[in-house]
Design a binder for this molecule. Structure first.
Ligand code: BT5
Length: 264
């Protein structure tokens, strides 16, 4: 299995304007998001990148764990978005889109996005995004964490994850380059982020919507205090999920866990 070295990360970020210009590469870390947060608090520039070959306490959303064996890409990027950017497109959806596009190009596959932050292949999870937002002295810092199962041996996932996860390597039955996948992700992500900055959020949302696995399907959405069921009708102008409930009324969901409801 080919691990990344510093020269590979430099090559992968060479064409980027600000993402990955400064980076840390660790053999192992607790969580790249936690390390990136420390760097951000110490004043790290926007685009600072933290990578680890393995994580011991990789984090998902809502306190869940991210299985992080060797062969995956585990990275975090320090972002300092303006309120304007945060309003225009949810960065987790934009990042899931970039992750989906990068995996497709790296592995010649056709991944789908599961709103708001999952990337799926063959109905299994191949990538996830964790956006930690902090407000400090009126300025926002967003630590964007991305986990992609690239060259991961399926046998090395945590046991509870093995059934629901896949990797490019597992799907193709062949090794896949981490450097190439990283290069694709950083370039595509930076392009989408810049385009939202310039006001092109609608195009990004349209592209995300084209790849959404659940649009038009009946879904159940678990929110913090209640569960909704209805048809996933589309995305709002800011990337929220629009649900059509059984009574015909529409409900806009900003964050939650979506599962497809199959007809009995
Ligand atoms: C996510 O959470 O999908 C966000 C994952 C973000 C991970 C990156 S890695 C770099 C950075 N540093 C961190 O510490 N985290 C970020 P969520 O939607 O809550 O999904 C978590 C669920 O996905 C778990 O409960 C498992 O069911 C499943 N899962 C865990 N590890 C997985 C893996 N490697 N591949 C696929 N599914 C996994």
């Amino acid at each position: 299995m080919s691990a990344l070295d510093r020269a590979a990360v430099e090559r992968a970020a060479a064409k980027c304007a600000f993402v990955g210009k400064t980076f840390e590469l660790h053999d192992e870390l607790g969580s790249t998001n936690d390390r990136a947060r420390e760097l951000a608090q110490a004043g790290a520039a926007e685009g600072t990148l933290v990578l680890a070959a393995r994580q011991h306490f990789g984090r998902g959303r809502l306190g869940r764990a991210w299985s992080s064996p060797e062969g995956g890409l585990y990275l975090s990027i320090v972002l300092r978005p303006t309120d304007e950017i945060l309003r225009r497109a949810p960065i987790s959806l934009l990042s899931a889109l970039a992750a989906s596009e990068a995996l497709d190009a790296a592995g010649r596959v056709a991944t789908r996005i599961k709103w708001p932050n999952d990337v799926l292949l063959d109905g299994k999870k191949i990538g996830g995004v964790l956006a930690d937002l902090f407000k400090e002295r009126d300025a926002a810092t967003l630590i964007l964490g991305v986990g992609l199962n690239v060259d991961t041996d399926a046998a090395s996932f945590a046991p509870d994850v093995a059934q629901i996860a896949t990797s490019l390597r597992a799907h193709k039955g062949a090794a896949v380059s981490l450097e190439e996948t990283l290069r694709l992700f950083l370039g595509i992500f930076e392009g989408h982020y810049q385009s939202v900055r310039r006001g092109g959020g609608a195009l990004i949302l349209a592209r995300a919507s084209d790849r959404m696995a659940t649009l038009g399907q009946r879904v159940r959405v678990r929110l913090a205090e209640r569960t909704l069921e209805g048809k996933a009708a589309g995305l709002s102008a800011t990337g929220a999920l629009v649900l059509e409930l059984d009574g015909g009324q529409r409900e806009v969901v900003y964050a939650g866990d979506v599962e497809e409801v199959r007809p009995a």
